[in-house]
Design a protein around this ligand. Structure first.
Ligand SMILES: *Cc1c(COP(=O)(O)O)cnc(C)c1O
Length: 458
């Protein structure tokens, strides 16, 4: 008999989680203004809000924590981290930051000016925020296929080379760099192929532009290249990562994802001029150059996390669990962005809550329903997240309206996945009774989803 698949780790420490009643959850949801970010974590049974900073560190990472050097300047922990980043990315210059958006803030302060145009695949919300707040434009050149949630293609996160070429032909004097997000979070955690990175490089070279990889999930992207792209099956994840970065000029990193630490980030680049430029903003915004917002102990843990999570076994366990959850949704006929991405399931709320009008935010409504059903917290990646058009101030209904269910790294078991799927099935089974959604009562100008206050219309 063939042995079943099982995790590549065992559990050394546990953290109790609490169930609640529907009545309790209804009260809590109301108190939170129907915004799941406003819930307290103990009001949540299974937390699928994000895979950011929620991973479980390994025994090796915790051991490394004890070796942290908290020296203000010249910390040996910084050099351990720098050496690991050099090894995995090939980038020589490293600036630590407190998280990914801080890396964006520091690098973009040097590179993005009013009127700049930054093309790429789908920009992550903070990336878009840091571009638009500088009165610049984030130009989404993702392939059209990414919008068809049911189409099964292996690299649905790709940049459309024709769109990118057109953007550069028209705007090249205003383009400070091209940014490719790996994996493409906004389009459903979809990977970008090595072939596509090569095409982007060729277009960038033609116009003399540089390429930044927004690398939060670069290891998962490398896993998909290994398992889906011809010619990579026999390469290690580390070899593939190195090849991906060889096609770029620099990176911003949220280490809270594929670094498997709870807080941290960095900028890395091969260009001294970018390093010198970014340095000037790191010191006032983040801190001195050998800590940039991180503790010495956290830099140690990150160095180990980067090493571990660029090993195949660790990634295989993770992706396998996400695929397990997707398999259950298939069984129940629940539509999600196909094929399943690396870190999350993106349920196609428009196709589930067909009776809820766009203006009443179907994905947010589904997130609320799922929480009320079982205390499972997901996250709207849809019309609320899309913010308003900076010029017209209209809601942006052009993209997808998804409910994202993130799977934290090394945290939940497959039984938790079964609970999530069953809860979603219960909501799905009564979808036709759900005809109204929510209305915005208050919102911030940028990144409104974190603090938006909503009123329930059902
Ligand atoms: C999380 C994330 C960021 C921002 O990083 P933070 O650590 O949350 O500040 C940027 N880009 C992508 C693709 C991300 O997933």
């Amino acid at each position: 008999m063939e042995l079943p698949f099982a995790e590549s780790w065992r559990i050394k420490m546990v953290e109790p989680i609490k169930k609640s009643t529907r009545e309790e959850r209804e009260q809590w949801m109301k108190e939170a203004d129907y915004n799941l970010f406003q819930l307290r974590s103990e009001q949540v049974y299974i937390d699928c809000l994000t895979d950011s900073g929620t991973g479980a560190m390994s025994d090796r990472q915790w051991a490394a924590v004890m070796m942290g050097d908290e020296s203000y300047a010249g910390s040996s922990s910084f050099f351990h981290l720098k050496e690991m980043i050099n090894k995995i990315t090939g980038f020589e210059y490293v600036i630590p930051t407190h998280q990914g958006r801080a890396a964006e803030n520091v690098l973009f302060s040097h590179l993005v000016k009013a009127g700049s145009i930054v093309p790429g695949n789908s920009h992550f919300d903070t990336t878009k925020g840091h571009i638009e707040s500088r009165k610049a434009t984030a130009l989404d050149c993702t392939i059209d296929e990414a919008k068809d949630t049911q189409l099964e293609i292996p690299f649905k996160g790709n940049v459309d080379p024709k769109k990118l070429e057109k953007a550069l032909a028209e705007h090249h004097e205003n383009v400070p760099f091209i940014i490719v997000t790996i994996t493409n979070n906004t389009a459903g955690g979809q990977p970008v192929s090595m072939q596509n990175l090569r095409e982007v490089r060729a277009i960038a070279d033609k116009y003399g532009k540089r390429v930044v990889l927004d690398s939060a999930r670069f290891a998962e992207n490398a896993y998909f290249i290994k398992t889906r792209e011809e010619g990579y099956a026999d390469k290690t994840i580390k070899e593939i990562a190195l090849e991906m970065f060889s096609l770029a000029d620099g990176m911003t990193m949220s280490a809270k994802k594929d670094g498997i630490v709870n807080m941290g980030g960095f900028i890395a680049t091969r260009h001294e001029d970018w390093y010198e430029g970014a340095k000037r903003f790191c010191i006032p915004f983040e801190g001195y150059l050998t800590y940039g917002g991180m503790n010495g102990r956290d830099m140690e843990a990150l160095a180990v996390g980067l090493d571990e999570n660029t090993e195949f076994d660790n990634l295989e366990t993770r992706i396998h669990q996400v695929e397990f959850l997707a398999g259950l949704l298939d069984e129940y006929g629940i539509p999600y962005q196909r094929p399943v991405g690396g870190h999350a399931i993106f349920v196609d709320a428009d196709k589930v809550l067909t009776k809820v009008p766009k203006e009443e935010f179907p994905a947010q409504t589904l997130a609320i329903e799922l929480y009320l059903e079982a205390g499972v917290r997901g996250c709207e990646i849809g019309y609320i997240l899309a913010d308003r058009d900076p010029v017209t101030r209209e809601n942006r209904f052009g993209g997808l309206d998804l409910l994202r269910l993130c799977v934290a790294r090394r945290v939940y078991t497959d039984n938790h996945m079964r609970v999530i799927a069953a809860a979603l099935k219960n909501v799905f089974d009564r979808r036709d009774e759900i005809t109204r959604g929510v209305e915005i009562v208050w919102e911030a100008e940028l990144m409104r989803h974190f603090t938006v206050k909503l009123k329930k219309l059902f």
